[in-house]
Design a protein around this ligand. Structure first.
Ligand SMILES: C[S@@+](CC[C@H](N)C(=O)[O-])C[C@H]1O[C@@H](n2cnc3c(N)ncnc32)[C@H](O)[C@@H]1O
Length: 463
């Protein structure tokens, strides 16, 4: 998603006005941001964070709030410096919670509880100015928050769907596990916490927390968490372990009023959607899960599966379907389809060779070759080019079928736009997310199929 430029055409004088608290020259929506910036920075200063924010201000971007340059910034300049004592980690949990929470409760769930208890404390909370800036219910789009109907649109992307379902199960379990503690501490949670409050707070943590310090402790870093993500940006959050502060440096020059970005990490759209609630139109870190396997109707199924399992390729049962057994492979975009570069994963090609062995003798032969070689099963191409072609064509057939499934899923998504029934309609942000995920994965599948087609043509001419 391309970020739009700064939405206020402010001039240096206007910025000064904001600092003087004169907001009346701005339209209402922008005044809200200026007030937020003013209040937030006032709080940072009261906490002794004078260096934190001289270069940046909170403003409205096409991706919600973001941070904007208050003056020209040069590559290498420090953008933000926040001391460790301001970072919200689980060691800030109320002692009553610390005493009662089971060890197995994740840091994410603990921070969600911390947010909920601080929000319940209102102005009495030392973090109040920060807590009131956190996204409200309904403002986030992490797939863990989606309804089951909405998630159905994602089913084709098995990686994203599975990750989302696994998180939902985990959050459910964690919510059940903290019930007793919530009841034991009514002074911290007032009327209690509903599942949707907890889920929302969990999504807030997922979309805003960072791994800080040497131990990669999960923490919310006030102010840094207004920075939006740009996959091309080379600015990262770093932590000075000696002086105990988090900092971010500019990777390039920024002009006055430009939005400043950070890189959240090498996340594909599956992870961005699940954890952060957004996707990118063209994400260089996308990947797709590709399922392939021996059917249980195959007479050599047992032998084949045992051979694969014993060489580190586990045979799973998909979605509880009894005879749909196989393995997931992760495919990334094949950049060069003409044979150079890595092509599709070697492990997938090996798997296809094992699937193509059509007698017990052939399987035994593959096993013997592995033990006489480096131990890896079927890593070498078959010497018989026709056999190699057969294995690669098997992969190509599966890939083509999967491509058809993606095309159908994308056209079903397009049709969802026209549904009269509002309940069945995804809200447009989520629809765009599904679209980006499926389009990204489809591009990868096309690149893998093109590579395979090219490879097969080469084999065909040799056989
Ligand atoms: C760390 S917060 C950044 C500040 C946030 N925009 C806000 O208004 O508070 C992360 C959230 O910002 C949004 N975001 C960040 N980078 C984005 C991007 N490149 N495209 C779309 N949304 C983005 C997503 O909603 C994400 O969950």
């Amino acid at each position: 998603m391309k970020a739009r430029p700064f939405m206020w055409s402010i001039k240096p004088n206007a910025v000064r006005s904001i600092h003087l608290g004169i907001f009346n020259r701005f339209p209402l929506a922008q005044v809200a941001e200026a007030v937020e910036d003013h209040d937030f920075k006032g709080w940072l200063k009261r906490r002794g964070e004078n260096e934190a924010c001289t270069a940046l201000m909170i403003g409205q971007s096409s991706n919600g709030r973001g941070l904007f340059a208050l003056r020209p910034i040069l590559a290498g300049d420090r953008l933000i410096k926040i001391s460790r004592k301001l970072v919200i980690t689980t060691d800030r949990l109320h002692y009553r919670l610390k005493d009662h929470l089971q060890e197995s409760i994740s840091d994410c769930a603990k921070l969600a509880l911390l947010i909920l208890s601080e929000q319940c404390a209102g102005q009495a909370s030392e973090w109040h100015p920060y807590m009131k800036c956190l996204p409200q219910c309904g403002a986030l789009h992490n797939t863990i928050l989606w309804s089951e109907e909405e998630l159905e649109f994602l089913r084709q992307s098995s990686g994203t769907f599975r990750q989302s379902m696994e998180y939902r199960t985990k959050i459910h379990e964690e919510f059940a596990a903290i019930q007793q503690v919530i009841q034991q501490c009514p002074e911290l949670f007032g009327r209690g916490i509903s599942y949707s409050d907890f889920l929302h707070a969990y999504a807030v943590v997922k979309s805003r927390a960072w791994g800080i310090d040497e131990e990669n402790t999960t923490g919310l870093v006030p102010f840094v968490d207004f920075l939006n993500h740009d996959a091309r940006c080379q600015s990262f959050l770093s932590f000075d372990n000696e002086l105990k502060y988090a900092e971010v440096f500019a990777d390039r020059d920024y002009g006055f009023g430009e939005q400043v970005f950070i890189n959240y990490g090498k996340y594909g759209n599956d992870a961005l959607a699940t954890m952060f609630g957004f996707t990118l139109e063209s994400n260089p870190y996308d990947q797709v899960e590709f399922w392939i396997g021996p059917s249980e109707n195959d007479v050599l199924w047992k032998l084949r599966s045992e051979l694969l399992q014993s060489h580190g390729m586990p045979i799973l049962r998909r979605d509880g379907v009894s005879n749909d057994t196989g393995s997931y492979f992760v495919i990334k975009k094949v950049r060069n389809i003409t044979g150079q570069g890595k092509g599709i994963p070697q492990s997938l090609r090996a798997f296809a060779r094992v699937l193509c062995a059509d007698s017990k003798e052939e399987l035994i032969y593959l096993e013997r070759m592995a033990s006489e070689g480096d131990g890896r099963l079927a890593r070498e191409a078959f010497k018989d080019k026709r056999k190699e072609l057969q294995a690669m064509l098997l992969l190509l057939t599966h890939l083509n079928a999967l491509i058809e499934d993606y095309i159908s899923a994308l056209s079903a998504l397009g049709m969802a736009q026209d549904y009269e029934d509002r309940k069945r309609q995804l809200i447009s942000v989520r629809q765009e997310m599904v679209n980006n995920i499926l389009e990204g994965e489809l591009t990868i599948l096309h690149s893998a199929a093109d590579w395979l087609r090219h490879y097969c043509l080469g084999l065909d001419s040799l056989s």
